[in-house]
Ligand binder design. Structure first.
Ligand code: IMP
Ligand code: MG
Length: 176
């Protein structure tokens, strides 16, 4: 079977929108600091682009939770694969995610983070599929709402491939 990727959101559109979200975050966090938490691996490309555009002091930490195998459906099971290195006590936490789909991963993760006594916790995502939501999650910053299609690129994978694409695309499987 052949695999092709159709462009859904171009590199230029992604970059321009990340700048807009960064401008908004810069206004909202003026005079404060941000402790960014990247949800690996998908969030890493977005976090790097976003962090470069933030003007207030930024510190970074990484966490890995998994709710997916090499499949395109949520298992509903979330496990911490790698925990944060630093405590969150008193910090202004901004969780940076690639995509919110059912919301199960984030609702589980946000509960864990809030129990560590941060000063605040906000959520920033590159993509959101609101139609697919099962668990309630408050999204504070979202670059793009997208339809219910399986997307890749800009950190997002299909069976670990395509994370390095500089745009967001939809994988199309041919019958040949
Ligand atoms: P949720 O728990 O259903 O919200 O799933 C969130 C995670 O599923 C994301 O962080 C991604 O790793 C993965 N995921 C959901 N939708 C897609 C998609 O369209 N492409 C690639 N990964 C996805
Ligand atoms: Mg993710």
């Amino acid at each position: 079977m052949s695999e092709t990727v159709r462009v859904l959101i171009s590199e230029e559109e992604v970059e321009a929108r990340i700048q807009e979200i960064a401008d908004q975050i810069n206004r909202d966090y003026a005079g404060r600091e941000i402790h960014m938490i990247c949800v690996l691996k998908g969030g890493v490309f977005f976090m790097c682009e976003l962090a470069k555009k933030i003007k207030v002091p930024v510190s970074l930490d990484f966490m890995s939770v998994s709710s997916y195998g090499d499949d395109t459906k949520s298992s509903g099971v979330v496990k911490i694969v790698k925990d944060l290195d630093q405590p969150l006590e008193g910090k202004e936490v901004l969780v940076v995610e690639d995509i919110i789909d059912s919301g199960r991963t984030l609702s589980y993760l946000l509960n864990i983070l809030k129990n560590r006594n941060p000063h605040s916790v906000h959520l920033c995502t590159l993509l959101d599929k609101p139609e697919r939501r099962v668990a309630d999650v408050k999204v504070d910053y979202c670059c793009f709402d997208i339809p219910d299609e399986f997307v890749v690129g800009y950190g997002l994978d299909y069976a670990q491939k395509y994370r390095n694409l500089p745009y967001i695309g939809v994988v199309e499987l041919g019958a040949d």
